[in-house]
Write a new protein. Structure first.
Length: 301
């Protein structure tokens, strides 16, 4: 990140707005330093997208992201100006931290895999019948999920997952994508989102809540807020991509499960730091279809 020109362009603005070196802060940050990590993720993702637009012959027809990635997509398309987005992250994470710290009992979100969606739904229903206050938050595919609720209830749920052959891999210190955080949604709307200017995007934004294409600034703001209280279904995003008529998908960011999820439905390629480093020698690997701040485009690579 210290030597890539696209990252440096984004970093210079971020450092000026933040009033400190983002890279230095990132190196020292604790796991839940949300302002630093979210800003760092946005900087890197936008830099990768900047490189993509300058170096690849593409014709994007839409842009979208899941969870915080939807914010990054809004910034990339100009729905939220980049300097404003840095201030937005600072304000939003402050409200989020204040909200969760003020709850009578700590809440969290537990990510896990190796259980199918039907089994997860049955287990949540069983737990709720037993008095555990749990809600489904994420369905990335039929084996990767997340559930939100009080930390003490999630600890019980984690053991139940293990008993059934599942594997829990991350416990976040806040709940998300579930109706129980509706009061946080309202605070964020009143204290943060409505204080920023939302613009018409240069590309349609794909909602990770409904799968619809968003064009109007107000609709974009409300959709991002709705993401706090609506479970993520990545299949909704994939179907939205197909409905929009995109021929293939570019996943911008470090290689992750999203490429695996989309490439059994649409030809998919990834733009990662490694891909950029190897581009002068290897060129860009074309989107492939797996047999059985995403960017989508028409036409061949």
């Amino acid at each position: 990140m210290r030597r890539n020109e696209f990252v440096q362009r984004r970093l210079r603005v971020a450092d000026e707005v933040l009033g400190y070196s983002l890279l230095d802060a990132y190196a020292k940050a604790e796991i839940y330093d949300w302002e630093v990590f979210e800003t760092g993720f946005m900087v890197l993702t936008l830099a990768l997208a900047d490189w993509t637009m300058e170096n690849l012959d593409i014709d994007p027809v839409l842009c979208g992201g899941q969870s915080f990635g939807a914010i990054v997509a809004a910034v990339f398309t100009g729905a939220l100006d980049y300097p404003d987005a840095i201030e937005f992250i600072r304000a939003s994470t402050a409200v989020e931290t204040d909200y969760f710290n003020g709850l009578p009992a700590p809440m969290g979100c537990l990510f896990f895999y190796r259980l199918d969606s039907a089994s997860v739904d049955r287990l949540i229903e069983q737990c709720r019948s037993d008095g555990l206050d749990l809600e489904a938050s994420v369905y990335l595919d039929d084996s990767v999920h997340a559930v939100s609720g009080p930390i003490e209830h999630l600890k019980i749920f984690r053991q139940l997952i293990r008993d059934r052959g599942g594997h829990a891999f991350y416990l976040m210190n806040r709940a998300e994508h579930c109706p129980s955080v509706a009061p946080l949604r309202e605070r964020l709307k009143n204290e943060v989102y409505q204080k920023f200017t939302w613009n018409t995007p240069s590309l349609p934004l794909l909602s990770d809540v409904t799968g619809e294409l968003l064009h109007h600034p107000d609709a974009i703001m409300e959709d991002l807020l709705d993401g706090w209280v609506s479970p993520v279904h990545w299949t909704t995003v994939v179907e939205g991509i197909r409905t929009a008529g995109a021929d293939n998908v570019l996943i911008i960011g470090p290689r992750n499960m999203f490429a695996r999820i989309t490439n059994n439905r649409l030809p998919t390629a990834v733009v990662t730091p490694k891909v950029i480093d190897e581009f002068p020698v290897k060129g860009f690997p074309p989107p492939t279809l797996r047999s059985s701040k995403a960017m989508c485009r028409k036409g061949a690579p």
